[in-house]
Design a protein around this ligand. Structure first.
Ligand SMILES: Nc1nc2c(ncn2[C@@H]2O[C@H](COP(=O)(O)OP(=O)(O)OP(=O)(O)O)[C@@H](O)[C@H]2O)c(=O)[nH]1
Length: 369
């Protein structure tokens, strides 16, 4: 549809006082403004850009010197952000200046919770001049379902501009803006909640380290990356010894405590940016060590085994020591184009079972060719 001739509405006769315009002309200009603002409010994903287009619209199409949308903080005690259009020729308060709602006509709008019509700015004790041409001002609370988001501020060089019908349209515009801000905040809150949920879905609830899902994704990603750089990849499978007996004799809560301590000890062995420890299963952990060959991986495994033993986590039912010990399987390979990471996982798992068979509390290595 082509743009109606009404474009550039106000500027067709900028000097003409608002009330001297024909009543039908005024109404159609206001209706057109409202339609435009509604369209702007419905478009775009960026709140700042939408608010800017709305204030631009007000200044371009009406006898308005300054139009602004001033947003409040959560507690509604301060203005924290302003989007404005028009001509600010004098120094006025900006949200960046620590602007409490105790100041200015916009502050009064927040304090009283109702629209403020200032027919003569010279007589208003709260008016803060931003442009010496301004004669009248209208301020409307931007409120969505009882929650106050800010104030819509319109300043005109004409003293008779804010007729009842004009104010009604600005009230409707403030309601539109409130809906837009509400929607943008809901979207932002949802995005934050989604990010938190995603992080939680990748984390083990008991120990706080990565869970199996995160491990699987990291292994796949690393494999693909390391193929290109011809860099080795090592993996340690760490399994607590005689854990069933520990639970049975010392109780599950003590068992849980030991699992948390083991997770911290595994974390203590991580060095590289992409090193990762995850809880692989019940009392099993896996360390992903990119850039380490089998010899280096065995060294990390041995350091971990000794650190666990030094911790002296009480184990009243282990036949090999009065404290918790771990059996560790180490695997390493050079990721190759056609290869699969599962082979590495299997090798470390087999090595771990070999460590169990060898009497536990030891490290066994297996290279994957
Ligand atoms: N406290 C606690 N125990 C768990 C948890 N997850 C798994 N387990 C227990 O870990 C035990 C693992 O037992 P098994 O697989 O038989 O192995 P094990 O007793 O450690 O014997 P080896 O591995 O052969 O040394 C089971 O009794 C599980 O119930 C957990 O989150 N908390």
């Amino acid at each position: 549809m082509s743009q109606p001739a009404i474009d550039n509405l106000y500027n067709d006769a900028p000097g003409l006082p608002w009330v001297e315009r024909d009543a039908r002309d005024r109404r159609s200009r206001l209706t057109e403004l409202l339609a435009r603002v509604s369209r702007e409010a419905a478009e775009g994903e960026d709140l700042e850009a939408v608010l800017r287009r709305i204030v631009d619209c007000l200044v371009e199409r009406m006898p308005v010197a300054i139009a602004s949308i001033v947003l409040l903080n959560e507690a509604c005690t301060h203005f924290v952000h302003e989007v404005w259009a028009g001509e600010l020729t004098l120094n006025v308060l900006q949200p960046a200046d620590d602007w409490p709602v105790s100041k200015g006509a916009a502050g009064r709008c927040v304090r009283t919770g109702v629209a403020q019509l200032i027919a003569n700015v010279d007589l208003d004790p709260d008016y803060l001049a931003g442009n010496s041409e301004v004669r009248s001002e209208y301020l409307v609370p931007i409120r969505h379902r009882g929650r106050l988001h800010g104030v819509l501020n319109i300043e005109s060089p004409q003293s008779d501009f804010f007729t009842a019908e004009a104010c009604e349209v600005f009230d409707a515009i403030a309601a539109q803006v409130a809906g837009t801000i509400h929607l943008a905040r809901v979207v932002r809150e949802l995005e934050t909640a989604n990010r938190k949920l995603h992080a939680l879905s990748m984390q083990d609830g008991l120990t706080g380290i990565a869970n199996r899902r995160q491990f699987d994704a990291a292994l796949q990603q690393l494999w693909t990356r390391l193929v290109k750089g011809s860099v080795p990849l090592a993996l340690l499978m760490v399994d607590a010894d005689w854990f069933k007996a520990l639970n049975d004799t010392a109780g599950h809560l003590h068992g849980d405590e030991c699992l948390r301590a083991l997770a911290r000890l595994c974390e203590g062995q991580l060095r590289g940016e992409d090193d990762l420890v995850s809880r692989f299963g019940g009392e099993e952990f896996v360390l992903l060590l990119p850039g380490r060959d089998l010899e280096a991986a065995v060294a990390v495994g041995e350091a971990l085994r000794q650190a666990v033993a030094r911790q002296r986590l009480e184990h009243p039912a282990s036949p090999i020591a009065p404290y918790v010990t771990v059996s560790i399987g180490a695997g390493a390979t050079w990721p190759s184009e056609g290869g699969q990471p599962e082979g590495l996982l299997l090798a470390a798992d087999r090595a771990m079972y070999a460590a169990k068979a060898r009497g536990r509390n030891c490290v066994v290595a297996k290279f994957v060719g």
